[in-house]
Design a protein around this ligand. Structure first.
Ligand code: FAD
Ligand code: SIN
Length: 520
């Protein structure tokens, strides 16, 4: 790929990217969708466990909205909450069930009804799921739908390096007087190691989250904040970045933090300390089912006070057969780690899970840059406020992905021909990259973010993090300017940028709210 053109460029092939690509193609646009992964399904979406919000047997948009706002500590954008509560269940029906044929579990009472589960801070059971591997079921079905759509070209092993904007990249110096506008991206082809341009009339960022900038995270390897970093460098406004949600329960065995779904607590599992005491009652009347930020901090506090290395999640009072069929993946993963969840409690600790902030967008996914949209976890619609209600994320991907794709296609159709500017080709540098330096820089970022910008923050900790990361940012920037480009360096440059964006937001936000908790 050297230089090419399309109507809509979608960066990312998780649920948000797939939904956007499908809607844009059906609106008549030519779509290029790319992912940096070799396997297009590899994404946060693939690992989602608990499920996606649908509607409860006795439920209403107002009831769902109230739950979202309560979990978000009152800081949610009411328009976004209202939009999701009204549109979400309809799009689950239309896009996921009828169009993509996503497999969700049904009750076994012969009624054919969808099985609904509960999760913390939901006032009713309203979440549909496919055992404990809902993300895989959704992602595979959506990619199959993308594959059936001739208007979409899916490219794998292609890493977006930077967004192209008129003011930064156009060869015409007078373009700097136009409003800030995105016109596509520089893309690194991992096979040829060449960098080309994909010029687009509309660019949709769907690059997911940033959990990997923390030492302990539920997120897979690719989630290191590429989208936020690219958008920030391009000049798009990012907000609420201090609200990084920590999931209370990830498996405390080995280095990787495998998620133990919140739906397990929704189905009756109890959080206990090593003596079997339900300590969460000390912190919130809802105990184990309190909002996620409260539970994560409750565990942190209990560990701090008692010196315990972890908490325990106990589902063993339920029948062994039921546990194995309701939570097959978690059962298997724990068995591999030597834990039989039908008979023993599971050792758990909190880990970075979800970015509630991101590139600020409106109800059509439009960012502060013209022709740049953001959807899914990389975006901030304001839906989550200061803390996300469980299982709203996949629904947000679906709602905003679909709307952004539809609106991008409609605005291209309305706008007629838009002449894309001439862009300078990439300038290659040659300094070899030492993998030992990249590995150590990542360790510094992750340890600093975990220890100083984690669950509990203070001015002193944040200042210390600022000293470390500011220096590292300059160092990586200097090196990047002369180094031979590769995926590892692209990721590191984005990781340090995303970490700084989170850190600076945390420094600015002096009062605690939701997932941002300051002890000073
Ligand atoms: P992703 O699914 O992460 O997709 C990002 C895409 O962008 C990928 O294709 C990636 O390769 C691509 N990409 C990134 N950077 C680049 C680049 N530079 N160039 C090219 N491509 C790039 N939410 C729920 O609602 N319910 C749940 O049950 C649930 N469970 C979860 C369990 C786990 C373990 C985790 C980690 C998250 C869970 N979440 C859940 C959150 C939810 O899964 C994510 O927020 C959501 O899937 C994000 O989707 P997305 O499309 O925005 O991003
Ligand atoms: C989980 O299954 O606990 C994750 C749910 C979510 O993050 O929404």
């Amino acid at each position: 790929m050297n230089s090419r053109e399309t109507d809509v460029l979608v960066i990312g092939s998780g649920l948000a990217g797939c939904a956007a690509a499908l809607a844009a193609a059906r609106g008549g646009s030519r779509v290029v969708m790319l992912t940096k992964q070799a396997r297009p399904e590899e994404s946060n979406t693939l690992y989602a466990q608990g499920g996606i919000i649908y509607r409860g047997r006795v439920d209403s948009p107002a009831q769902l909205a109230a739950d979202i706002i309560a979990a978000g500590d009152g800081l949610c954008n009411p328009a976004a909450v209202d939009l999701l509560a009204r549109e979400g269940p309809r799009l689950v029906d239309e896009v996921l069930i009828r169009d993509a044929h996503v497999e969700f579990d049904h009750t076994d009472d012969g009624t054919g009804a969808l099985d609904l589960t509960a999760e913390a801070a939901h006032s009713t059971a309203r979440i549909v799921h496919h055992a404990d591997a809902t993300g895989r079921s959704i992602e595979e079905a959506m990619l199959a739908a993308v594959g059936r759509e001739p208007g979409i070209e899916l490219l794998t092993s292609q890493t977006a390096v930077d967004l192209l904007t008129l003011s930064h990249h156009s060869r015409n110096p007078l373009d700097v007087y136009d409003p800030p506008t995105s016109v596509g991206a520089y893309v690194f082809d991992q096979a040829s190691r060449r960098i080309g341009t994909i010029m687009a009339r509309e660019t949709i960022l769907a690059t997911g989250g940033l959990g990997r900038i923390f030492l302990h995270t539920s997120n897979p390897a690719g989630a290191c904040g590429d989208g936020v970093a690219m958008a920030y460098r391009a000049g798009a406004r990012c907000i609420n970045m201090q609200y990084v949600q920590f999931h209370p329960t990830t498996l405390y065995v080995g280095d990787e933090r495998f998620l133990i779904s919140e739906s397990m607590r929704g189905e009756g599992a109890r959080l206990v300390d090593e003596r079997g005491r339900e300590f969460m009652r000390d912190y919130h009347p809802d105990g184990s089912l309190a909002p996620r930020d409260v539970v994560a901090r409750g565990i942190h506090q209990m560990m701090h006070e008692t010196g315990a290395a972890c908490a325990f999640l106990d589902i063993s009072h339920k029948g062994a057969g039921w546990i194995r069929s309701r939570f097959p993946r978690i059962h298997e993963k724990c068995r591999e780690a030597g834990i039989d969840i039908t008979a023993q409690p599971i050792p758990v600790v909190p880990a970075a899970h979800y970015s509630c902030g991101g590139v600020v967008v409106d109800e059509w996914g439009r960012s502060s840059l013209r022709r740049l949209r953001a959807v899914g976890e990389v975006s901030c619609t304001g839906l989550h406020g200061a803390n996300r209600l469980a299982s709203t994320s996949l629904l947000e991907c679906l709602v905003w992905g679909t709307r952004a794709g539809q609106d991008a296609a409609a605005s291209i159709a309305r706008g007629g021909a838009y002449d894309l500017p001439a862009i300078d080709p990439w300038k290659y540098e040659t300094e070899p990259v030492d993998p030992a330096l990249v590995a150590q820089d990542w360790l510094t970022i992750r340890q600093t973010m975990w220890n100083y910008v984690g669950l509990v923050r203070s001015r002193k900790r944040l200042d210390r993090a600022h000293q470390i990361l500011r220096e590292l940012h300059l160092e990586i920037g200097r090196f990047y300017a002369q180094a031979e480009l590769g995926d590892a360096l692209i990721g590191l440059r984005n990781g340090i940028q995303a970490a700084l964006v989170v850190l600076l937001a945390a420094i600015e936000a002096r009062t605690s709210a939701g997932a941002h908790y300051r002890i000073d």
